[in-house]
Ligand binder design. Sequence first.
Ligand code: NAG
Length: 447
Amino acid sequence: MVNKPPSLDILSLFILIISFNVFTINRAVAQKATVPVRVGVVLDMDHYVGQMGLNCISIALSDFYATHAYYKTRLLLTNRDSKKDVVGAAAAALDLLKNVEVQAIIGPFSSVQEKFMINLGDKAHVPIITFSATSPSLSSIRSPYFIRAALNDSSQVQAISAIIQAFGWREVVLIYMDNEFGEGIIPFLTDALEKVNSRVPYRSVIPSSATDDQIVAELYKLMTMQTRVFVVHMMATLASRLFTIAKQLGMMSQEYAWIITDGITYELNSMDRSVIESMLGVIGVQPYIPNSQELENFTIRYQKKLQQNNPTALSLNLNIFGLWAYDSAIALAIAVEKARVINAAFLKANISRNSTDLEAFGVSSTGPELIRALSTTTFRGLLGKFKLVDGQLQSPPYQIVNVVGPGARVVGYWTKENGIVRELNFAKHQYILHFQVQYWIHYMARG
Ligand SMILES: *[C@@H]1O[C@H](CO)[C@@H](O)[C@H](O)[C@H]1NC(C)=O
């Protein structure tokens, strides 16, 4: 018996060829028809949050356009490394506005750099979208073009004051860094503490560039005071040094209580073991991130991609700033399409011949439409529902953690509606207080 070679009859082959052609033609048309929309990204690439942010933004856009091929617009990124300083960020933003004529800027990295950039965006009608500048003082600039796709630091003050109230602590010393980021939270925190009848007898301001000797001197001063409860708000790198020294001075013993704000809590996973050992017993707060399949998949993909493409990456850890960066990029992609930023042009108003003139950039004609679209864009992001109110994300429940070794253990939650609870969505567990005190004492004793 002769085997018949496998074959398609002529008609199906014909249909297959036709539909294949139609498909490729459609795709080609779709791709040709897309309009690039220039977007600047200003981040400090010497910091792992800057690197993480850029990686997350580029993964977000390739994910998004893969599933939204029918979109007419495509964000086209121009990156600028701002380094750490304010001037670097300002120069980068100015260059992007004047020479690249970007329609929006994502960045900058820090609250210290943000102020000037918000003013530039306001003048040029170009949305400035940050996923990492969290100082609440930035809100006071009141620019309609400033979008904070992150939580401002004052979102957590009620969670912190609820902890203080639960323990019945009457006095609290605030230890913070002497810059925009460090100081921004202080008025809000002091108010929240007042509301739970807790006083702030002393504020300890640590210079961003403090030497170990300066930190030692400041901690000695604190040791002479009555108050044994501290809230620490500073960049994690400075906090690591502070806690290492506090441990050496015997200030991490049972007599003292330490609470850290979210910026430090996020970093607990990536701190050195020796630092974590000096931080045993510390209580931290951070926004609660609901688990989802998308988030799990993304975390795995992110680490794989980093290992393949960027073996020199400063850190493989992904934290909330990366997730905010991812969601910001998608929000912007949706808004740009919604606002039909097709014939985007800068109106060359107030042009000056002087090339060093800071004002020599135009005003974006699409800015007002784009910012309106961004403000009303909602979708399901990696962190749950993405929705801006007054240009900012809204406060989710907070998680309360206790440092008990590498990583931290979740000991409770705080919600606006119910205060401190042991578990989310379980009304019957609303008495966390007793449980939590026991945990805390247990681990302080170990530490
Ligand atoms: C900070 O964010 C919260 C929402 O989490 C908001 O209610 C508050 O008005 C914001 N504060 C500032 C100063 O931006």
